[in-house]
Write a protein that binds this ligand. Structure first.
Ligand code: NDP
Length: 320
């Protein structure tokens, strides 16, 4: 099998997870990491991002582990002119624009640009399309969580008296049952999720803090919000990770009978799982380039066997 020479651009949470997972692949070698910073805490070779194009001949696939807010819109197409790329761009509304720009750049460089991998977008997108295609009149809902929400955790920490705090968004179990029964059209954004806060604070402040959080407009007031007060030790032990996940629930009538399909993710670490999806789609991107394909691809356009290091004949025997 072909050995895929891989490299990473951007060494944040996602870049670190991709580094770890590339090393665990039987068919990938990690050539180096490109960063805008000169000093990184890693034993992988580090090169300046600005000189990336000089290494193009040594790299089969470049993992773009940059931020979606500004890095990807500003830089991704530049990389796609020189490399086969894979990104996890997650601004859903702008994905069609990103697709068009990456397609033009990748065709110019005769490479593949695999876009918006990860889990949402990514594996959730795949499951939305797959499940909806089965029903003449599908009802579909996506629920997110249990997940750590950065913005809501910041809001909790701004409340006077809060020493440490995190917020998890959790799907409302009743709403998932409703969605499976086909009544998902009535579920609103606020009824679909509940919010759980874990706070470290002096006992004397607990009542005021609970009041301030549960009545905070927009962030918490419209939701079913619970505030748990915990010790520093419990905070250290249980609330340092970056869990996430969710459900895509699709149901419908099939000529007199009802069926439902549910795709569930329970992620111990959001960046580790996002990286797992990105690495698998990176393998597919390198293979598509090797087959002579060019242009942008979304997860919807990639045959599943291309994601696996196992040969197609073996997959057919084992999994079909
Ligand atoms: P980070 O903020 O950790 O990293 C983004 C970039 O910031 C890095 O590439 C790095 O570039 C730079 N950076 C990181 N740490 C530092 C630092 N200490 N000082 C200065 N610069 C730093 O973002 P994540 O890795 O957590 O996420 C990347 C993207 O992944 C997100 O924007 C999100 O859109 C996407 N994502 C997609 C998901 C999906 O399912 N599709 C799910 C989760 C995330 P450099 O090394 O060049 O400095």
């Amino acid at each position: 099998p072909m050995i895929i020479r891989a490299a990473i651009v951007g060494y944040g949470n996602l870049g670190k997870s991709v580094e770890k997972l590339i090393r665990a692949q039987p068919d990938m070698d990690l050539v180096g990491i490109f960063s805008r910073r000169s000093e990184l805490d890693t034993d992988t070779p580090v090169f300046p991002s600005a000189a990336a194009a000089d290494h193009a001949q040594d790299i089969d696939v470049l993992f773009l582990c940059l931020g979606s807010a500004t890095d990807i819109p500003e830089q991704a197409a530049g990389y796609a002119r020189h490399f086969t790329t894979v990104d996890t761009y997650d601004n859903h509304q702008l994905i069609p624009d990103h697709y068009a720009r990456m397609d033009a750049a990748a065709r110019e460089g005769r490479h593949v640009a695999m876009i918006s991998t990860g889990w949402d977008p990514g594996l959730f997108s795949l499951n939305r399309t797959l499940a909806a295609a089965l029903f003449p009149d599908a009802q579909q809902n996506t629920f997110w969580g249990k997940g750590l929400s950065q913005g809501h955790s910041d809001a909790v920490r701004r409340v006077p008296g809060v020493r440490r705090g995190v917020q998890y968004t959790i799907p409302n179990e009743d709403a998932i049952v409703e969605a499976k029964a086909g009544r998902g059209a009535e579920i609103s954004a606020t009824s679909a999720h509940v919010r759980e806060c874990y706070v470290v604070a002096d006992e004397a402040d607990h009542a005021d803090i609970r009041e301030a959080i549960t009545t905070m407009p927009d962030y918490f007031a419209p939701y079913d919000t619970t505030v748990h007060f915990i010790s520093d030790e419990v905070f250290e032990r249980d609330h340092q990770g970056m869990p996430h996940g969710g459900h895509v629930v699709t149901s419908g009538d099939l000529g007199g009978s009802r069926s439902s399909v549910e795709f569930v993710l329970e992620l111990g670490s959001n960046p580790d799982f996002t990286a797992a999806s990105q690495v698998a789609y990176g393998r597919a991107a390198a293979r598509l380039t090797a087959e002579g394909k060019t242009g942008a691809f979304t997860v919807l356009e990639v045959a599943p066997y291309l994601l696996s290091p196992v040969a197609l004949e073996e997959l057919i025997r084992r999994d079909v």
